[in-house]
Design a binder for this molecule. Structure first.
Ligand code: SAH
Length: 383
């Protein structure tokens, strides 16, 4: 086999994996840390520019690793500053990544899979079916690409126009991260490594629709922040909109989330995401049941985040009115001061908001085809 065929993708390699690689090749382990800094902090355009490594070592690295490449398929900017890129990774799939700047932070919404298998009824990604898991390299390359791009743009701009590099990462793009932990775990380790992006564990959030075995493994291997896509306070409502709830109902799921928090520090909170669907999960009764559930499982340890539903073509849902969302929030808040926020929707004009990420997915499940047929029949009926 030629060296070409055995080359590895470097961005998904943790400090430990790189150190091991160098030790195996009779080099000093600290080479691993040097490479991390060159790749993730200085964004050198080629291995040959890693100037504190000998020429021989640079050649050796180029023989064993691919220099990362990301092709931009689409680059969109929203009026509110949100940016969305459709990227083709070095292994050929298209993934979407969204950058959301705010006053004091800049959040990157990353994808963990191409498409998704879970079929949540209110989610645009679900209409696209599932193609495959992303590798750790492809997950990290989303962050690498954005920080590299912003660094290059900043170099050409006066300081007051500089964009902030990414301060927070949320796994709220395409896919279910707990269905791809073999890649997600090394990826978050690289994101949190001080020689790479140095994000603290509070600034990396994994969002899940509730894959219980995944939560158990996550607790053993990382301590990142957790968001649960709850979206309903009772099994009947939740199973209607999240099919996975039939497999892991609330009395199985919520104790597993408590165990995740308990496995780390006592102060750890969970964010409970709750998309507001008109006439489905947004009644006063739902609000009272939600408050009861929060106080039973997570007293003082949960934040409820109400999300206005972001519509997409063919959806049968519509968002609850802002007035009703505020009422709902008041009820939840009134019970034991549960922290309840209403999410500002960002990047809606470029379909960059939650549940609006679709990418171009090679569907293996026929769901995409059904979706296209549905659009065609709607168009036919309208004409
Ligand atoms: N699979 C993971 C992460 C991806 S979804 C999860 O389920 O958590 C990220 C968040 O966006 C989730 O809370 C999801 O439920 C929410 N979401 C999906 N579709 C949405 C839509 N159309 N409008 C608003 N939020 C949506």
């Amino acid at each position: 086999m030629s060296a070409e065929e055995t080359r590895q993708h470097i961005l998904g390699m943790t400090q430990e994996a790189l150190e091991q690689f160098f030790v195996q090749h009779h080099e000093k382990p600290f080479r691993g840390r040097q490479i991390l800094q060159w790749m993730h902090q200085r964004f050198v355009p080629s291995f040959d520019e890693m100037t504190d490594l000998s020429k021989k070592l640079r050649l050796f690295i180029a023989e064993h690793f691919y220099y990362p490449s990301v092709e931009i398929l689409r680059d969109q900017r929203s009026d509110d500053g949100t940016r969305k890129w459709l990227l083709k990774t070095s292994t050929g799939s298209a993934v979407e990544v969204v950058y959301i700047p705010e006053e004091t932070r800049a959040t990157l919404c990353v994808s963990s899979q191409v498409g998704c298998e879970l079929n949540c009824q209110f989610c645009y990604t679900a209409t696209q079916g599932f193609e495959r898991n992303l590798s750790a390299h492809e997950i990290v390359s989303q962050l690498w690409f954005v920080n590299k791009t912003l660094t290059e743009e900043n170099a050409l701009l006066p300081e007051h126009l500089h964009s902030q590099l990414v301060t927070n990462v949320v796994f709220m793009g395409m896919g279910e991260p707990l269905r791809n932990l073999d890649s997600v775990i090394p990826a978050v380790q690289v994101m949190m490594n001080d020689y790479a992006y140095g994000l603290s564990k509070r600034r990396v959030t994994i969002s899940t629709s509730g894959v219980v075995p995944g939560l158990e493994r996550l607790a053993q291997e990382t301590d990142v922040a957790l968001a649960l896509s709850l979206h309903a306070p009772d099994d009947q409502t939740r199973s209607q909109i999240i099919p996975l709830n039939k497999k892991y109902p609330l009395d199985v799921l919520l104790p597993a989330v408590v165990d995740y928090l308990d496995a780390h520090d006592r102060k750890m909170h969970v964010t409970l995401e709750y998309v507001m669907l008109n006439g489905v999960n947004d009644s006063e009764k739902h609000a009272y049941t939600l408050a009861k559930l929060v106080n039973r499982y997570f007293p003082g340890r949960a934040k409820v985040n109400l999300i206005p539903f972001n519509p997409f073509p063919t959806t049968k849902f519509e968002s609850t009115s802002m007035e009703q969302i505020k009422k709902f929030a008041e009820i939840v808040r009134s019970k034991n001061n549960i922290i309840t926020t209403v999410r500002k929707t960002r990047g809606q004009d470029i379909l960059g908001a939650c549940g609006q990420l679709a990418g171009d997915v090679l569907d293996k499940t026929r769901r995409r085809q059904q979706y296209l047929q549905k659009i065609q029949s709607i168009n036919a009926a309208a004409s």
